[in-house]
Design a protein around this ligand. Structure first.
Ligand code: SAM
Length: 315
């Protein structure tokens, strides 16, 4: 950035991570943090880091994976934090200074598929958590991770799967489209409007959506096609009551950075009487702890082949 350009203070990525993910609700933030810290720890396990290594964390956000890796390995770990969000990189840099680990960190503003400032075969491990979901060309990104890894270096990723939410939105659309004018059910169209604002709601839109157009097996196949070996995948599904979720946190938060909060959807797309009906039905479910969320996360770890057998890869 040149000195004349105004500094971007926030963007949709920083706004989500620092505010909309938990609707600025402390109790809900603690719940969200506990969940994502456990996902991050699993990603770090998969990277098999040891002292003296260099890790590249792609789409580093507020430094969740990077700082936990440093906490675990200590002062000899070097971490390259990359992100497309300048505000998040600045935020992570501030946190690194507060943690006294600035000298272990390098911050790079770049897209996952264009890590041009990182030399070929220069890092021991690549991690990425909840980033490929937002990358249209996942294959190019995985190849770029492969390029920067040293022979034998490890890839460890965790990605959310939103495909089922999108399929559910499609199903709701079909139900709503099939309604007759005599239909009494006033709630179903509202439920559909909410879901369609956050997820693609037709098969065509799913096919074009980076967040919904892949399954866990597609990701596995992409990792394999990018040339990695020793690939291990785990698909975790957790169906849990959304504990400690107030109504304000429920409507003020959103499930991914590209989704508007329910509060915004209600304000922009619902008439006052529709807002009232929606709240009448949903609020008791949320406040009684009966609202259930399903988290679907795919974990993949793999290795870049040693030079001698690297010709076996890439098929
Ligand atoms: C859901 S957040 C996850 C952040 C972090 N990895 C974590 O575990 O908390 C998605 C992150 O990916 C970044 N991102 C989105 N698209 C990207 C791209 N094409 N290349 C690199 N980073 C990207 C966003 O700026 C954001 O920091």
């Amino acid at each position: 950035m040149s000195n004349d350009e105004p500094e971007i203070r926030s963007d949709l990525w920083s706004e989500w991570i620092l505010s909309r993910r938990h609707a600025e609700d402390d109790a809900y933030n603690r719940t969200v943090r506990a969940a994502i810290e456990s996902y991050a720890d699993r990603v770090i396990d998969g990277a098999q880091l040891v002292a003296g290594m260099t890790l590249a964390d792609i789409g580093s956000g507020d430094g969740l994976v990077a700082f936990r890796a440093i906490d675990r390995i200590g002062p000899s770990l070097g971490v390259i934090l990359t992100d497309i969000s300048a505000p998040l990189l600045r935020h992570a840099r501030t946190l690194a200074a507060q943690r006294n680990v600035l000298d272990q960190c390098v911050f790079l503003e770049c897209a996952a598929g264009q890590l041009g400032n990182i030399a070929d075969a220069s890092v021991d491990a690549v991690t990425t958590r909840a980033v490929l979901a937002y990358v249209a060309d996942k294959c190019a990104a995985l190849r770029e991770f492969h390029r920067i890894l040293k022979p034998g270096g490890r890839l460890s990723i965790a990605e959310p799967l939103f495909r089922d939410e999108a399929i559910a939105a499609c199903a709701l659309k079909k139900v709503v489209d099939a309604r007759t004018p005599q239909s009494q059910d006033r709630f179903m169209p509202l439920l559909y409007r909410w879901k369609a604002a956050q997820y693609p709601d037709t098969e065509q839109k799913i096919a074009q959506s980076p967040i919904a157009n892949y399954s866990e097996r597609d990701l596995l196949n992409l990792v394999s096609a990018a040339g990695y070996v020793d690939i291990h995948m785990e698909f975790h599904v957790d169906v849990l009551p959304a504990a400690s979720l107030s109504w304000e946190a429920f409507i003020g938060s959103s499930p991914h950075p590209l989704a508007p909060s329910l509060k915004v959807i209600l304000a922009e797309q619902f008439l006052p009487e529709e807002q009232q009906l929606f709240e009448q039905v949903m609020r008791p479910t949320v406040e009684s702890g009966r609202f259930v969320t399903t988290d679907r996360i795919v974990y993949i770890n793999a290795r870049k082949a040693q030079a001698a057998n690297s010709k076996q890869s890439g098929h």
